[in-house]
Design a protein around this ligand. Structure first.
Ligand code: ATP
Length: 233
């Protein structure tokens, strides 16, 4: 299978401090992969580097497009959707407007996509005219995910979507992620909760101190390797 996403020798950091060191990985079209690692392992930095939100060195390709020279909005146009940590939505806008401003330029496509998001999250459909600040944390996470889907991504980057949610709401968010993945979108899911991520993703990549320390089918990753990624040797 040819890769949808291909990363080779990626390094990134903040000022002098390195946060990612020589990271290489590939994702096939439609594949769901968990990106696991402790606090500070570099998960968020990896997603941000893919979007051009932090300076990075190395090769980043989406299909045959070299992402490195492209600004963030061009990367999004090429098919990357991003759900940042902390469910960022526009609190003073209605739920529908939050979705529409993230949509494709053609009004017909946009309306169709809003209806798709509402079909995926019926709770949002019920609150379509409400201001986003009135939504619960779980609904805001769904709205944030819905906004990313409005761009019809081929690759969806999710940064800790279950953070701060009750187990029930986290389950709902993960059910939606499974649905999106089943529809053919590739998903790279950064998570601190290994148990949750592994329930969604058949393959995991383990990051520790900015380096890849494991990559493979979940069934083949030893508990020890996962433990080491989180707690060290
Ligand atoms: P978390 O679960 O805490 O988000 P993470 O695996 O996503 O962890 P990153 O946020 O990518 O990890 O952080 C990787 C490293 O980069 C850490 O050492 C962190 O302290 C550092 N770092 C992250 N953001 C910044 C920043 N804006 N300025 C300076 N250092 C940063």
């Amino acid at each position: 299978m040819s890769a949808l996403l291909s990363i080779r020798g990626l390094s990134a950091g903040y000022g002098g401090a390195s946060a990612l060191d020589d990271v290489s990985l590939t994702l096939a079209a439609g594949e769901t992969v968990a990106l696991l690692g402790a606090n500070g392992a570099g998960k968020s930095t990896l997603l941000k580097a893919l979007l051009g939100l932090v300076p990075a060195r190395g090769e980043l390709r989406l299909d045959d497009v070299e992402l490195g020279p492209l600004p963030t909005e061009a990367r999004v146009r090429h098919g990357i959707g991003y759900v940042p940590e902390g469910r960022r939505v526009f609190p003073g806008m209605s739920v529908r407007d939050n979705l529409e401003v993230a949509g494709l330029p053609a009004a017909r496509d946009r309306l169709l996509d809003v209806e798709r998001v509402f079909a995926l999250f019926p709770d949002l459909a019920l609150k379509s005219a409400e201001h986003a600040w009135r939504l619960s944390g779980g609904q805001q996470q769904m709205l944030s995910l819905g906004r990313a889907l409005m761009g019809r991504p081929r690759l969806l980057l999710l940064d800790e979507p279950s953070l701060g949610l009750s187990p029930k709401l986290a389950d709902e968010v993960f059910a939606a992620v499974r649905h999106v993945a089943a529809a053919g979108t590739a998903v790279l899911l950064a998570e601190q909760s290994a148990a949750r991520a592994l329930a969604v993703a058949p393959r995991a990549i383990l990051l520790r101190l900015g380096r890849v320390v494991g990559d493979g089918p979940v069934a083949a990753l030893s508990e020890e390797a996962v433990r080491e990624a989180f707690f060290g040797g």
